[in-house]
Write a protein that binds this ligand. Sequence first.
Ligand code: WTA
Length: 649
Amino acid sequence: MAYIDSILKESRVFYPSHEFSRNAHIKSMAEYSKIYKKSIEKPEAFWAEKAEQLEWFRKWDIVLRNDMGFFKWFEGGYLNACYNCLDRIIKSGKRDKIAFIWEPETGESEKYTYGQLLKEVCKFANALKKSGIKKGDVVEMYLPMIPELPISMLACARIGSIHSVVFAGFSSDALKDRVQDSKAELLITADGSFRNGKIIPLKDNADAALKDCPTIRKVIVVKRANNKVEMTNERDYWWHELIGSKDVSDVCEPESMHSEDSLFILYTSGTTGKSKGILHTQAGYLLFAYQTFKWIFDVKENDIYFCTADIGWITGHSYIVYGPLSNGATVVMYEGSPTFPKPDRFWRIIEKHKATIFYTAPTAIRALAKEGDDLPNNCNLNSLRLLGTVGEPINPEAWMWYYNVVGKKRCPIVDTWWQTETGGILITPLPGATPLKPGSAAKPFFGIVADVLREDGSKANANEGGYLVIKNPWPGMLRTIWNDPQRYRHTYFEKFGVYLTGDSAKIDEDGYFWIMGRIDDVIKVAGHRIGSAEVESSLVSHEAVAEAAVASFPHEIKGQAIYAFVVLKKNFKKSEELKEKLKQHVAQHVGPIAKPDKIQFADDLPKTRSGKIMRRILKAIAEGSKGYGNIMTLAEPSIVEALAKNRVA
Ligand code: WTA
């Protein structure tokens, strides 16, 4: 992969300015090393001290316990995540500080102070209670990037119900699978969502999904797009009517939640076709989101923090909602896309709200860099002081453009490595301390012991690629997979007995981590996590397809894109038209983000004698490389040459 090669040859180093370091929470590598040492020698003392910053209804009895491979943090303690994000901040004198600035695709931006946000959250929390939702019930959200999304998450947290947000770009089938697995009782959606000037009919999608979701008793619909929708009697209710009713109070007592009660489920792709419901609990997750946000984004009282992620992904959960709010920060959230109406949307938003911290994904940086320097140069970006990236490896060229053109050589870049499962950032520079190497996520955060192992479990040498693992528990880690503890153990702990990330990486001679990408059958397309198996089972569900296998290939903007090998059933003819139909089929079945960029019709797939598809061969073909390795173990070695000859360029 060309850009992974370029990452690994990178040798430039960039230092934070003296001024940045002087004012930063963590000011030097010496300070980092000192705290890091303490944090891993005495992790329980370290995290207990940090946990004092939250407000507890009852203090914990024990910091950490390993319950046969399931980790428990702060048992015996009680708190409320919503209370810690709103009431605690208001009590510290910030009732009138702006919590959210919402920048919609059409219409005026809106601002919510912490005081206003608390009232909205309480009203909706009371509406949820009136709808029969209790502590421990699951509430599903299928919403665009509108304020009602964080409001409904915080309302759930307030009354102790478990939220499960499904990215609004997913199809109705994907929504159905997730609702069925979570057994949610209530769904919150909208009449429509805006993207690129078009309206996406979310409520229609939800209606289609709910035909097969008997657990859902009620649906609450936000009026966003004035889109005509069908409301089912006794099931569907308008958000504004529910909270507009006079007997809905704007005061709601927070539920006292045990540290290990569930906070939310977020589905993510794994290596099988069924997505995994990653479970996060109350105290450990909140503490980890709080502490990582504070130190990694080096947040100060006057910062305006703009994160471009969608709340449908973990980045939005931890670094639009829980991390920033628990720090009392001002967060900009936006609706729409980076390139509509013009590819200067981000730069305009930064200019308009004088954003000081900006957090986005490498795929967006690559797409925007391609538009040239004029768009960012024509906006006033002088308010920026810190930049961040997440979601996939950033190639040094994109890093340099971000640093030079967006950050004007003044702003450190935090390349933050983490996962849905980790709850928060695990490997990252600290902006006032860490010398930056473009393309490297630098070093482990406090309390994190990360390493790179060989297949046999031994430690890899410096600069030798291997499996990225985390050797110790941390407060923000997933607790289990919803309804599937066996899969949790198997996926993350079976191979080495320590947490397996699914990524490959190397550590250089300075102890810097270089993440190389997924080592399993998960593909990062434009930063979105797609399971090969999900795309394959969607292809196979089409009447024309007998067998399918997908691999990834490097893509200039998306980082990775999907290449599908498809064997047709006997009576179907290969045609460009059929390829297009199959792409649409996947878009409908999984979501537009999972659509293969290339489809190759094949007469057969390379399999071992025992019938296992040899994925590394397909990957090599998709990438246009001849490095298949040994093909003699195949049942039919000649297939490889035929496949390579007909490769879709
Ligand atoms: C990838 C996103 C390189 C990685 C927060 C990981 C990264 C997967 C980085 C998790 C980074 C995330 N550099 N790769 N800075 N950050 N990744 O669950 O492959 O959507 O395993 O969480 O994204 O994706 P997820």
